[in-house]
Design a protein around this ligand. Sequence first.
Ligand code: SF4
Length: 237
Amino acid sequence: MRDVTTTPVDITPAPPAIEVPDLAELAEISRRFEHRPASAIVAWAYDRYGDDLVLAASFQDCVLVDIVYRTVPDVEVAFLDTQYHFAETLWYVEQVKARYGLNLNVIRPDRAPDDLWHNDPDACCRARKVEPMRRALEGKAAWMSGLRRAESAARASAPLVSYDVSRGLVKVNPIATWSDSDVAGYVKDHDLPVHPLSERGYDSIGCWPCTRPVGAGEDARAGRWAGLDKTECGLHL
Ligand code: SF4
């Protein structure tokens, strides 16, 4: 006898599919750019993504801002104002903004200052960095960051171009291959303004409650969340 029992059909609409780019192509592009200038990677990204490309700048220096603005001057720059930046960082943002006439988007958290950084720094970073970054990148296709392999062991294998799975965006790290001396040389050669704290031992500059200067021989990011088992804020997964 024929089986006429039926299985209930799930009629819940499927979530809209995220268009995932060709990952093999991205990996190939990343490999191809390993020995090309950072400006070539920026030009490729703008050519492909146009106004759907954002530069997320931390403003601990302005090397990538300078490269991007020499190559594609209209790119939107996003800055996360966590409400815990050093006064020197906010001053530096204004200097760089005026120098380049930045198309600057300042994004702030949806909460007042509190003590979450002390009690639960992961939750604090989610509220003051990760969630605002989600808003900054909403509707975009790709983002650029100044992340470099030399900054820490956790970043040592960062690709130049990859797919940011958590955000469904292409991520571009144009200066991923640069050493600390490459950065210092570029700053000197192009007479770039320098963040006041970088001359006082702050090799990596984040929020004031979670940043200290580093000593000789330490990783640049050793002063971030020092004493905690935490090395990243969640922006660069
Ligand atoms: S770095 Fe510190 S203060 Fe800044 S968002 Fe993260 S936990 Fe909060």
